[in-house]
Design a protein around this ligand. Structure first.
Ligand SMILES: [Cu+2]
Length: 308
């Protein structure tokens, strides 16, 4: 049996590290296409997203510190008690005090994280504020339809049993509110105002996914998912993508999202409401000039670099 010298052990550790570098560099590069940010999270543009990022950062740094501490201790003892000629093996039967400490400490850490995470979860899922803009989102193979309240400020009531290819939202054609509803194939929302989504699916399960909003919620046929709300903190163009494998066109199931100022939002919504109410000249059905679907998220206000 060959005995390893200290120098040899160190050189082996270094070589393993050098060989791992390409692997470590390649894996985040593969995720770049979606996030647009290789080494961190995509920019965060909602108030709930900031809370989620805060929790992610705590967990990341906790893991990083524990990793470095445990691995350096491990490597230290690995070298210190390596097999050497003339040194007899040492038999250890454990240490009860240490066992208690390293069982109790992680338990307390996990408990604290669970309680803190649960508080954030409850905060995110509390009822939408009164002044929220309510938007009905209808998903289908393979696209999205949005519905905004008309001049009355109220969405036409729906019956999910009536949702189908010819009645995209399940509204009652007899109800005067139905004609007032503003329908769009892109999501235009004002910055700084809560947006309450009513998520629907017309055929199979889809998923409303916007990484920059830190928002991911399934849309289930036959159900109204009404607990999702958020408040955007910055203006910009983003992309809504389906994140539930829903068929052959899943890869292309997307819709543009425009977060605009309240003034710009009113400029977009009001003419459409007036047109539907028959009190204004017709306007082009497509949304703002900058409506070309963005390839990746673009912000119109500067964002501090996201770091973990
Ligand atoms: Cu889908």
């Amino acid at each position: 049996m060959k005995y390893l010298s200290f120098r040899r052990i160190v050189s082996r550790i270094l070589w393993t590290g050098i060989l791992l570098v390409p692997v470590l560099l390649a894996s985040p590069a593969m995720a770049e296409q979606r996030s647009g940010n290789i080494y961190g999270l995509p920019p965060c543009v909602t108030t709930v997203g900031e809370q989620i990022d805060g929790l992610i950062k705590i967990i990341f740094w906790l893991c990083a510190v524990i990793f470095v501490l445990t691995q350096s201790t491990y490597i230290y003892y690995l070298i210190k008690y390596r097999r050497r000629p003339g040194v007899p093996a040492h038999y250890s039967h454990g240490n009860n005090t240490l066992e208690v400490i390293w069982t109790t400490a992680p338990t307390l850490v996990f408990l604290a994280l669970a309680i803190y995470g649960n508080r954030i979860w409850e905060n995110i899922h509390r009822p939408a504020p009164e002044n929220s803009l309510v938007v009905d989102v209808s998903s289908y193979q393979f696209g999205w339809d949005m519905r905004y309240p008309g001049v009355s400020g109220k969405l036409a009531p729906i019956d999910i049993r009536k949702i189908g290819p010819e009645n995209r939202f399940g509204t009652d054609p007899e109800n005067p509110l139905t004609a007032q509803d503003v329908v769009s194939n892109e999501l235009v929302i004002p910055v700084g105002r809560p947006v309450h989504l009513l998520l629907h699916a017309r055929d199979v399960i889809h998923s409303f996914y916007v990484p920059e909003f830190r928002l991911y919620q399934d849309c289930v046929p036959g159900r109204t998912i009404g607990w999702v709300w958020f408040q955007a903190t910055r203006t910009g163009d983003f992309q809504l993508a389906c994140n539930q494998l829903c068929g052959t066109g899943h890869y292309n199931m997307k819709a543009p999202i425009h977060v605009v100022t309240e003034e710009e939002f009113q400029k977009w919504l009001v003419p459409r409401q007036q047109r539907n109410a028959g009190t204004a000249q017709p306007v082009a059905p497509a949304a703002p000039a900058a409506s070309a679907a963005p390839k990746a998220a673009t912000l119109t206000t500067p964002v501090p670099k996201t770091t973990l």
